[in-house]
Design a protein around this ligand. Structure first.
Ligand SMILES: [Zn+2]
Length: 417
């Protein structure tokens, strides 16, 4: 039997989701969607999973579900359809045995740290002129070391691709994808002939990868609450903890699509880059920007199967289209097509504010606006709602096939510019 929190003496603090319902509502227009979501936000247990201009997906407790059913009469004419199902959280599947070299499993926070050290030691000597280095980019609020990996060729002046994972801690497929990216880049650089052709364009770039940007939140997912999205900073005067790290960057901070309420899942914090995790991200990406040109920034998230480019803020804040809109559209089209062709799972692409509701303080908008990264995205990985944040681990490798195919197209696009 696999270790389960109850066996580790954690039963009393494991958040219980029994009785919760998972609900998706399709609405007739974006305007009525806004009205419905404003109402849903008044339900204490409301946890939004996905929101676009046609649909909202969320979970709520049994009590709130009863309240919602009564209130639905008021929204009857605004709603296209409603689906609901019982929500339950499976037992945490803590990997055992040879997990360090198995890539189809979600590792715990400690196991990830162990793997990072293993990777840095195992690939300290590469054959293709590249150097892989692990460094501590900062400390989280709970004082966990945050790791960054650079894979660079010191003898050439190459452009950079910067990737981060796990900014939202419950999106486990993100961490797993960074892990697959790192091992494949490292193994190929260590001269494994089998991946040379496929990956050759990847070594026309230096890479910087931050594989676990929110370690406190990730740890909390494994020990206490599998649905935790934010970091774990306490807020003075509130019983709620945590800041949404993807609303904390210094770009239109505290404006649209973010909340000043500490209990909200999109709480923007007490100031731009107030959170140690995002301060570390900013210092790291800022110093890469000083060293060379960052051509691509991708933050891996889940879920939706969408490649969402800047801008995320709305037209009232940045009226102009992104300066590289055509590039974003062309590279996004090529990547989404290649990803879709892998396993028949459709990946869409487009500007964030056209596809979702606008949001502010996002890392991709900061990267585009302040660091002038021409191709700045969040890639929302699998799935489209069936499992949501609880994507089974047997989808990790197919998702990697898709991401790899997408990245190959992006690299080809940048080199062909
Ligand atoms: Zn996310």
């Amino acid at each position: 039997m696999k270790p389960f929190p109850s066996l580790l003496g954690l039963a009393s603090c494991w958040k219980d989701y029994s009785g919760y319902q998972k609900i998706s509502i399709d609405f007739k227009s974006a305007d009525v969607g806004r009205k419905i979501v404003s109402y849903l936000e008044t339900l204490p247990s409301y946890d939004e999973w996905q929101l676009d201009q046609q649909r909202v997906e969320f979970i709520v407790s049994q009590d709130d579900h009863h309240v919602l059913l009564t209130a639905m009469d008021d929204f009857f004419h605004d709603i296209e359809s409603v689906k609901s199902s019982r929500f339950s959280i499976p037992e945490p599947d803590v990997p055992t045995g040879l997990y360090l070299e198995e890539y189809d499993q979600y590792l715990t926070n400690d196991q990830l740290d162990e793997w990072f050290d293993w990777l840095a030691i195992s690939f300290s000597d590469l054959d293709n002129g590249f150097v892989l280095r692990q460094e501590e980019i900062g400390r989280s609020y709970e004082n966990r070391a945050m790791k960054g990996f650079s894979l660079r060729n010191p003898s050439k002046d190459l452009p950079w691709i910067v990737i981060d994972c796990g900014i939202h801690s419950r999106e486990f497929i993100s961490h797993a994808t960074c892990r697959n990216l790192l091992i494949n880049l490292a193994e190929c650089a260590a001269n494994d002939a089998s991946c040379d052709t496929e990956f050759s364009n990847f070594y026309e770039f230096n890479w910087y990868i931050m594989p676990n940007l929110n370690p406190d939140g990730y740890e909390y997912n494994w020990t206490t609450d599998r649905m935790w999205r934010k970091n774990r900073t306490p807020t003075q005067g509130s019983i709620c903890k945590g800041v949404d790290l993807n609303r904390n960057s210094d770009i239109a901070w505290s404006t649209v699509g973010a909340s000043g309420e500490p209990c909200s899942n999109t709480y923007y914090g007490t100031g731009p880059f107030s959170e140690p995790e995002m301060a570390a991200w900013n210092t790291t990406i800022g110093s890469i920007h000083e060293q060379g040109k960052i051509e691509v920034y991708i933050s891996f998230h889940a879920y939706a199967q969408k490649l969402l480019s800047s801008w995320a803020v709305d037209f009232s804040i940045i009226a102009d289209e992104p300066p590289t809109l055509e590039e974003l559209q062309a590279a996004g089209a090529a990547a989404s097509q290649a990803m879709t062709e892998q396993h028949g799972e459709t990946y869409l692409y487009g500007q964030s504010r056209d596809s979702l509701y606008p949001s502010s303080g996002t890392s991709k908008d900061y990267a585009m606006d302040v660091l002038e990264v021409p191709l700045s995205w969040t890639w929302e990985l699998r799935d489209t709602g069936e499992y949501g944040f609880l994507l089974p681990s047997d989808q990790i490798m197919p998702v990697w096939d898709e991401v790899k195919a997408g990245l190959i197209e992006v690299a080809k696009y940048v080199l062909g510019k």
